[in-house]
Design a protein. Structure first.
Length: 153
């Protein structure tokens, strides 16, 4: 899978009033009607219990240059949100507004066991494209990059 470039997202939620989050490249659109997306979460993730309990989450699609933030949310650190600006979504969940090109707030429709991961199938309840001129952060062959459009010839 290292040969397949992926967008990078931070999935956030709240547990006991505290923001929780994780980095993932396993996000995909599933359906336009109803609007559904999926997120794959490792069973050992410290954020997974909060996601399962809350049944609501925000997918923050990171913008280029936010690889340090992606690395932070990929760790098992307790306070990943220290010094990170966020604002509440319509359901009060963390939106990483300064660091994202877009976000989607979801309610969990289904949890599907898949090997050493859980697939969260989420219905998109709200969302916004924050920076239409910025490009997303990509992950490819264990390195960070950005999408660059090809010039028309």
């Amino acid at each position: 899978m290292a040969s397949f470039p992926s967008g990078v997202a931070v999935v956030t939620t709240l547990r006991d009033g505290r923001p929780r989050g994780l980095t993932t490249t396993a996000v995909s659109s599933v359906s336009a009607e109803p609007p559904l997306l999926l997120v794959c979460v490792d069973l050992t993730s410290r954020t997974l219990p909060a996601l399962l309990e809350s049944r609501n989450f925000v997918v923050n699609f990171l913008r280029s240059g936010r690889d340090e933030l992606a690395r932070r949310f990929a760790t098992k650190a307790e306070d990943k949100f220290g010094g990170v600006a966020w604002r509440p979504s319509p359901s009060e969940l963390p939106i990483l507004h300064d660091d994202s090109v877009a976000w989607a707030e979801c309610s969990t429709e289904e949890e599907i066991g898949a090997g050493d991961h859980v697939i969260l199938l989420g219905r998109v309840d709200a969302g916004e494209a924050l920076r239409p001129h910025d490009v997303p952060l990509l992950y490819y062959r264990r390195s960070w990059g950005e999408w660059t459009p090809r010039q028309e010839s």
